[in-house]
Design a protein around this ligand. Structure first.
Ligand SMILES: N[C@@H](CCC(=O)N[C@@H](CS)C(=O)NCC(=O)O)C(=O)O
Length: 221
């Protein structure tokens, strides 16, 4: 296998790359890396100590690339079909904006505010912090849900009438929210709930969700 993804399966950014590769129909090996703490060899390929990192042996012995956005941009150039970024210039810009929105604020609030207190805590042998998770879900996340619900409206995909990077970046963060035990209420945000159900049912997402759910079960979560 020439492509290797270094990371851990519950990371939303690792899942982003895995779903991207699945949609491209490209096979890869997932090499699990524990980043708490990251081993020395990993710091050499990930100076910010973050997962994921992609290795592409077809590009030479040291061909590694950190950061999910850099990796997806690279994979799009290397494997152009099916296109996962819009061709139209403005739609392309919009897709990058949704990706940024998901990777920064949405990820921060879901990750630190729900996934860490409910899942990471328990995986590390600590008590779940339900108070923090409930507070995040009830007070911080509704404005993200409302904005996304409005952006999606009656559409199937966020940008350009086709599934792509924006849907992968947004969809992956909501998998972590679901792992933490929370979903946007379908009566309050019906467009978002319908959209997420459809995105998560795609084979790339469904395979990751199934694998991760089994992993969480092994931890008794
Ligand atoms: N911008 C990066 C973010 C990656 C990221 O934050 N990964 C987390 C795991 S979900 C990580 O490696 N955290 C370890 C740390 O920050 O030390 C990307 O898109 O790949």
């Amino acid at each position: 296998m020439t492509l290797t993804v270094y990371g851990a399966s519950l990371s939303p950014f690792v899942r982003k790359v895995r779903v991207f590769l699945a949609e491209k129909g490209e096979a890869y090996t997932l090499e699990q890396v524990n980043i708490f703490p990251a081993p020395d060899w990993f710091l050499e390929i990930s100076p910010l100590k973050r997962i994921p990192v992609l290795r592409d042996d077809s590009e030479g012995a040291d061909a590694t690339l950190p950061d999910s956005s850099a990796i997806c941009g690279y994979l799009e150039k290397k494997f152009p079909s099916p296109a996962l970024y819009p061709q139209d210039a403005f739609q392309y810009g919009k897709a990058l904006w949704y990706e940024e929105y998901a990777d920064s604020e949405l990820a921060g609030n879901i990750g630190m505010g729900t996934f860490r207190p409910m899942i990471v805590n328990r995986m590390m042998g600590k008590e779940a912090d339900r108070e923090t998770a409930d507070k995040t879900f009830n007070e911080k996340l509704p404005r993200f849900f409302a904005w996304l619900d409005k952006e999606i409206g009656a559409k199937d995909f966020l940008v350009g009438g086709a599934f792509g990077i924006a849907d992968i970046a947004v969809g992956t963060q909501f998998v972590n929210l679901a792992h933490a035990g929370f979903r946007p209420d379908e009566k309050t945000w019906p467009n978002l709930a319908r959209y997420l159900a459809a995105i998560h049912a795609r084979p790339g997402f469904a395979a990751c969700i199934e694998e991760e759910t089994a992993l969480l079960k092994k931890f008794g979560l």
